[in-house]
Ligand binder design. Structure first.
Ligand code: SF4
Length: 269
């Protein structure tokens, strides 16, 4: 008689977000250490900065349109700063007072860039920071959509990015996140007509809805889910070394990644 599956074999994640899928594709071992073993994965400065900037924009865009001024954004940033200081990911960065000041300036410079790219008083907000938990092609999907807005010919989904824009060969890959949001919104009977990745450092990447790109993103998400379930069932999470190993929070748990990081960037201090 076949033995009953062990607890770890029968485990299934509650949902698969675009970032979790991307971690699995980048390195199954890293995914396991984070999502099954639940080892801490401190966010790092770029992600903490991104969260702060997203929160400022979220609060700004939920104001009445004619109140969305740069002074209002400043006031929101000041009000949110105390929360940032208490955030454990921010505290883990162990900033000096000068570092914290510089961090705050970096956030503010991104907000100023946002105002240079877009006039928030003209954004017709439908939803900001919308949590989506739906099943897409049999996969339990979860994502947080930064913004859905009404535009002249339909609805646009927007994801704000605080990092550097990708080079042209990686653009399609980056767009898969917003295509998935379009698929998730369609499950809720919201038909998206355009997607936008807004890089605050450099401007927007816009695409009209493209059903082929949406189904490709959905199939790829499904494929990742199937691979992930299989990895859980056979309890095999192979490592995939690469340039990102140097920034992996699990280097101390991964001898192969440590060797790779040293080969590329020299001994760790
Ligand atoms: S160090 Fe590299 S190979 Fe090891 S878990 Fe992290 S990403 Fe994967």
């Amino acid at each position: 008689m076949p033995s009953a599956p062990s607890e770890s074999q029968s485990f299934r994640p509650r949902h698969l977000s675009p970032s979790s899928a991307s971690t699995f594709r980048q390195c199954p071992r890293r995914w396991k250490l984070r999502y099954i073993d639940k080892l801490p994965d401190p966010k790092g400065e770029a992600a903490v900065l991104g969260t702060f900037v997203h929160e400022i924009l979220e609060h700004l865009l939920t104001l009445q349109p004619d109140h969305r001024s740069i002074d209002a954004a400043k006031k929101i940033a000041r009000e949110l700063w105390d929360q940032v200081l208490e955030d454990e990911d921010f505290q883990a960065l162990a900033f000096s007072d000068d570092d914290a000041k510089e961090f705050r300036w970096k956030a503010w410079r991104l907000i100023e860039k946002y105002f240079a790219i877009e006039d928030p008083t003209r954004v017709d907000v439908l939803r900001a920071e919308q949590e989506l938990a739906v099943e897409i092609a049999g996969v339990p999907f979860f994502g947080i959509v930064d913004l859905t807005e009404q535009i002249s010919d339909g609805i646009r989904v927007v994801d704000y990015k605080t990092g550097k824009a990708p080079s042209s060969r990686f653009v399609e890959d980056k767009l898969s996140q917003v295509w998935l949001y379009a698929a998730a919104l369609a499950e809720q009977k919201v038909e998206v007509s355009e997607v936008r990745l807004m890089y605050l450092t450099s401007g927007s990447i816009d695409r009209p809805i493209d059903s082929q790109a949406v189904s490709q993103a959905v199939s790829s998400h499904r494929e990742t889910w199937d691979d992930l379930c299989q990895a859980i069932d056979i309890q095999q999470f192979p490592y995939k070394t690469g340039p990102l190993c140097n920034w992996c929070p699990y280097l101390d748990h991964c001898p192969e990644g440590a060797v790779e990081a040293e080969r590329r960037y020299g001994p760790r201090s």
